[in-house]
Design a protein around this ligand. Structure first.
Ligand SMILES: Cc1cc2nc3c(=O)[nH]c(=O)nc-3n(C[C@H](O)[C@H](O)[C@H](O)COP(=O)(O)O)c2cc1C
Length: 209
């Protein structure tokens, strides 16, 4: 089983993001090897990152309850789908802050993207790929880019919308899911092998890290 967190990367009142987030969540959960959960940043009102050191150097117990919850949740997952639009040719600040709060829990996990905007959110996704690499994540090639006409066809609807409206990007979603599964399973196996090797070393008396 591959546990995927669908990160809803906008918190604006009346946001569009909930529509593609709920749709991709359902698409993921149709697959028998995937267990997907919606991680809505509205449910994780993180403070702006204010630690004296980067998260790579911070460990439990976390002082802030939301940070503790968010970090634990990210740690539980094998991969992520970030749902993010373009805000001023980048991605959202709230998503960047949520990424910045965590480090090792992102490491060696797969990530894919669902985006929307005037160029299907292409510029936001390209920036997110660079950030993902810094977090030692593996971004997959395929993303879902919801173009303007598809966006407008459901803009006035409330979430969840009729899944038929996502038909124009259905193929993109299937390819994204296929790639998430391939890399996600490969990384899952590799992490398990790492874990086993570490346990064996500890049994042999090597000092724990
Ligand atoms: C602050 C802000 C900046 C935006 N900048 C862009 C942009 O640079 N490119 C674009 O395609 N759309 C842009 N948009 C339009 C958004 O893609 C569109 O409003 C989308 O619905 C925002 O996602 P949300 O509804 O989930 O918050 C911007 C919207 C906001 C609120």
């Amino acid at each position: 089983m591959l546990k995927i967190g669908v990160i809803l990367g906008t918190v604006r009142r009346g946001r569009f993001g909930e529509k593609p987030a709920r749709w991709i969540l359902d698409e993921l959960n149709k697959h028998p090897d995937i267990e997907a959960e919606l991680l809505d940043l509205k449910d994780y009102p993180l403070p702006f990152f204010d630690e004296p050191v980067s998260p790579g150097w911070i460990s439990e117990p976390y002082q802030n309850e939301v940070v503790a919850r968010w970090t634990k949740k990210i740690g539980e997952k094998d991969g992520y789908v970030m749902v993010a639009p373009e805000y001023n040719r980048g991605y959202t600040g709230v998503l960047k802050n949520a990424i910045d709060w965590v480090y090792k829990e992102w490491n060696k996990k797969v990530v894919g993207f669902v985006s929307y905007g005037s160029v299907g959110g292409g510029r936001a996704v390209e920036q997110l790929r660079t950030v993902a690499v810094e977090m030692q994540m593996v971004p997959v090639r395929q993303a879902v880019h919801i173009q303007w006409d598809v966006y407008m066809s459901m803009a006035a609807d409330s979430a969840p919308v009729d899944p038929a409206k996502f038909k124009p990007v259905e193929q993109q979603a299937h390819a994204l899911i296929e790639q998430l599964l391939w890399y996600g399973k490969a990384l899952q196996l590799a992490r398990q092998a790492d874990h086993k090797a570490k346990q064996n070393l500890e049994l042999e008396g090597a000092p724990a890290e």
